[in-house]
Write a protein that binds this ligand. Structure first.
Ligand code: SF4
Length: 441
């Protein structure tokens, strides 16, 4: 069987694609790079916003035609596969195999039966050590927890990936990272819907702060983590970051809104002042931390005053970067069922204003790096533009002339120029760039 996987959505989905690909390879499948070369195409879907769902539908439309033409088999995995909405889509586009995010290790049974396996209770994958990426990438994801105990009113995740947090056994996390290190990986990202809650479900496990310290001792040069929740981002975590050199000083702390009224409607469980206190703690321990956030613009009921509270919070924190989204009602969520959506033009206009603010702050923050030296992980070969692209320990995208970084690896780079979205620099030292046959990013 020749399999191609198309992945939409977050880092968790990227990891799940790797996991299912490893599973398929061990069943004798051959992974191929294009739909044309495949006889089974698996679509790893995202359901958090309307746009990725539309993309999935459009791809499934094309795949259905291929199926009619040459008997292609179609599979669907990821968050959408777990939802009624996704199951209806699957029917409409004649999908053969459905696999929920909690049933990834069941791919063999699902293929054999051409049936649906979307049981959230499994999470069997958490009890396995997954082989390093076969191509020997320099960067890898390591899930540490699945599911989410929070109930944000706009979010489908508790229904798709489980509404109860399940932590992965620490010995398996450490073993997987050791294997990655032996395979040449220099950066791991610890993943979960809410990594800060790690261990809360198992008193015998370390806390997230303790886990960070344990992972930091393994000798991997860079350790990052995604995603955090302001309620669970406690001082011991900040202290662990400050005292563990391998942990990068990049902190992504989604705020979603600067208005208490909207935060309450979102059921985010904190208020503006609580969030600002967390930021103060971070600044106290980590004055050099790079801060980013997620913001939903135009949540139902958001008034001009509420939106201005978000703008003023942005100024108060001075984020380095933000992922900004227009609110998109997801079927079945409390927000979609109980609140009335705002007109699209209001949401678009507010998003534009927020983007302007973000650009101004990012430019100011990025300019402060000009003249400084940073460590950049170059992920691939130079692009047609002649630049090789990577990211520093603050997660800034950095471009360097391709001839100065001919191979993927870690480079010391002096920043020479900044734009709101990019840093440009010159390589001053090659820190770690394995020969091409040993590593491909
Ligand atoms: S914290 Fe809220 S937004 Fe994040 S996964 Fe949980 S329910 Fe969804």
């Amino acid at each position: 069987m020749r399999v191609h996987i198309v992945t939409y959505g977050c880092q968790m989905n990227e990891y799940d694609t790797h996991l299912v690909a490893s599973e398929l390879v061990s069943l004798g499948a051959q992974m191929v790079n294009t739909i044309e070369d495949a006889d089974f195409v698996l679509v790893n879907t995202c359901a958090v916003r309307g746009k990725p769902v539309e993309k999935v539908k459009s791809l499934l439309g094309k795949l259905k035609k291929e199926k009619e033409r040459r008997g292609l088999r179609i599979g669907m995995m990821g968050c959408l596969a777990q939802l009624e909405e996704g199951q209806e889509i699957a029917k409409r586009f004649d999908v053969d195999v459905l696999l929920g995010p909690g049933a990834l290790t069941q791919i063999e049974k699902a293929l054999a039966a051409d049936s649906k396996f979307w049981d959230l209770a499994f999470h069997e994958e958490l009890n396995r050590v997954v082989a390093p990426p076969p191509a020997g990438a320099l960067s890898a994801y390591v899930p540490i927890i699945r599911g989410c105990n929070h109930r944000c009113t706009y979010c489908v995740v508790p229904r798709t990936r489980g509404g109860v947090e399940v932590s992965r056994p620490p010995e398996l996390i450490l073993e997987e990272i050791e294997r990655l290190k032996a395979a040449g990986v220099v950066e791991v990202t610890l993943l979960g819907q809410n990594v800060n809650s790690y261990g809360n479900d198992r008193p015998e496990y370390p806390s997230f702060a303790e886990l960070l310290r344990m992972v930091g001792e393994l000798g991997i040069p860079r350790v990052r983590f995604l995603t955090s929740h302001p309620v669970n981002f406690t001082e011991d975590i900040v202290r662990a970051i400050a005292e563990t050199p391998a942990i990068t000083r990049y902190i992504h702390l989604p705020v979603q809104s600067g208005s208490d009224r909207i935060l309450r409607r979102m059921a985010r469980e904190y208020r503006r002042a609580d969030y600002l206190r967390r930021i103060e703690t971070i600044r106290d321990y980590l004055p050099d931390a790079v801060l980013s956030t997620d913001i939903i613009v135009g949540f139902p009921g958001e008034t001009e005053e509420d939106f201005e509270a978000t703008l003023s919070l942005y100024d108060e924190v001075g984020f380095d970067h933000a992922y900004m989204f227009i609110y998109s009602a997801r079927p079945g969520t409390p927000a979609a069922e109980h609140f009335e959506d705002l007109p699209r033009e209001v949401k678009v206009e507010r998003l534009k204003r927020l983007i302007e603010k973000q650009k101004a702050w990012s430019l100011e923050k990025n300019r402060a790096w000009v003249g400084k030296e940073v460590e950049v992980l170059i992920r691939g070969d130079a692009k047609e533009t002649g630049f090789a692209e990577g990211h520093d320990r603050g997660n800034h995208p950095v471009l360097v002339p391709g001839d100065q970084a001919p191979r993927p690896g870690l480079y010391r780079v002096r920043i020479t120029e900044a734009s709101p979205h990019l840093l440009f620099g010159e390589v001053t030292e090659v820190l770690h760039a394995p020969a091409p046959r040993e590593a491909v990013a």
